[in-house]
Design a protein around this ligand. Structure first.
Ligand SMILES: [Zn+2]
Length: 393
């Protein structure tokens, strides 16, 4: 393709421009889609951590926007004839969201880098959260202060200025830069907060960001990864959190503000019940064990015994026996078993697994595994297993 003229970027002059007319310069198929270049566009191409705009061009849907060598390419779902004039409309909700997240990031990054003497080494507007990576570890209290300071900058409604300085002005202006930028450099300044080299779209004033909310901070590559949400997304998140809080509050019959304590009580209750159940299961097993005393082959099916007790139970049952088998049901998955006894019990375990289906392993005096025994009730399985083991002695 012959070298193409660079696309005129209408969004640089007016970030709120949503509808525009332009001429189709090129349209090339790309898989099942098409890539369209215009003489001018209000669609922002993906870059600097900000996603490309979506919207419509004529009758085609714009699914993404990218830039290559100064030409802005719109990924569309239908071809548009070159030379024709098309009417474009940018998805304003998505763009507004990008502008809020992006400008919020400038504010928090600018304040963090200035305060902590670190750099912002990564930025991504994801579908869930916006992540900011810093070269230093940040602690909770510091981040809480920075969050408050960032929101103060929002409340002050400071203008966001963007311009391309001449080399002389650039040389005497301190600014942050995420990477080496080729060609004319565009600065974005929020007075008293941040000056950063950036090609993205921003709110006109910090007030348009609405709210900057830090969600989390984790250690990341020797520094920190901070997740934030701004503006409309922060509001949506708040609603989501409140909905969840209402649901938990209803389930626990506890008021918001007391949910942590209520969940703590519930867990303590659960632990106490589990302990009681274990005690009852063990007591029941010991009673059944008494009924097996004196037998050479002992078999107990113990549905109330906790699975963690299986091995120990088989060891207890084996004292003075030739073979001792303990079975615990595993729901739909059959049975867990432990087989112990005098000498090598492996042949007996193999006989059991051959008879009922299953697998297992372990040392010669203690084989653990599972039996399939499809559809067999406790008593029937115990009886059949006893018969199989007695046939071995
Ligand atoms: Zn920016």
């Amino acid at each position: 393709m012959a070298e193409m003229r660079k696309t005129e970027r209408l969004y640089e002059g007016d970030v709120w421009l949503r509808r525009f007319e332009a001429r189709v310069e090129a349209c090339a198929p790309s898989g099942e889609k098409w890539e369209v270049a215009l003489d001018r566009t209000a669609f922002f191409p993906e870059g600097g951590g900000q996603g490309g705009d979506h919207g419509r061009l004529g009758s085609a849907a714009v699914l993404d926007t990218h830039e290559r060598a100064g030409v802005i390419w719109h990924t569309v779902d239908a071809p548009l004839p070159a030379g024709e004039t098309v009417y474009g409309e940018v998805d304003s909700l998505r763009r507004m969201d990008m502008m809020q997240q992006h400008t919020g990031e400038h504010i928090l990054s600018g304040l963090t880098c200035a305060r902590m003497g670190c750099s912002n080494v990564g930025f991504h507007i994801g579908s869930d959260a916006v992540t900011l990576d810093f070269s230093k570890e940040l602690d909770g209290p510091t981040l809480a202060e920075l969050e408050l300071e960032a929101n103060r900058a929002v409340w002050r409604d400071i203008p966001v200025e963007a311009w391309v300085p001449d080399p002389e002005e650039l040389s005497r202006t301190p600014y942050r830069s995420k990477k080496e930028i080729e060609g004319a450099l565009r600065l974005v300044r929020i007075a008293g907060v941040d000056t950063c080299a950036c090609c993205g779209t921003h709110c006109e004033t910090t007030g348009q960001v609405g709210l900057i909310k830090v969600l989390s901070c984790i250690r990341y590559k020797g520094g920190s990864r901070v997740s934030i949400l701004c503006g409309r997304r922060a509001l949506m998140k708040m609603n989501e959190v409140l909905d969840e809080q209402r649901e938990v509050s209803h389930l626990l019959s506890a008021k918001p503000g007391t949910l942590g304590a209520a969940a703590g009580r519930l867990l303590a209750e659960r632990d106490a019940l589990a302990w009681q159940a274990e005690r009852a299961g063990v007591a029941l097993f010991e009673r059944e064990m008494a009924g097996e005393t004196g037998k050479a082959v002992r078999v107990i099916c113990a549905p109330s015994l906790p699975a963690a007790r299986l091995r120990k139970a088989a060891g207890q049952l084996a004292a003075g026996a030739r073979l001792a088998l303990v079975l615990i049901p595993r729901g739909e998955d059959g049975w867990a078993f432990a087989l112990s006894g005098e000498g090598d019990v492996r042949p007996a375990a193999r006989a059991l697994m051959a008879r009922f289906g299953g697998k297992g392993g372990g040392p010669a005096d203690m084989i653990q595994g599972t039996l399939e025994a499809a559809g067999m009730a406790d008593a029937a399985l115990a009886e059949a297993a006893r018969a199989a083991l007695e046939g071995m002695t």
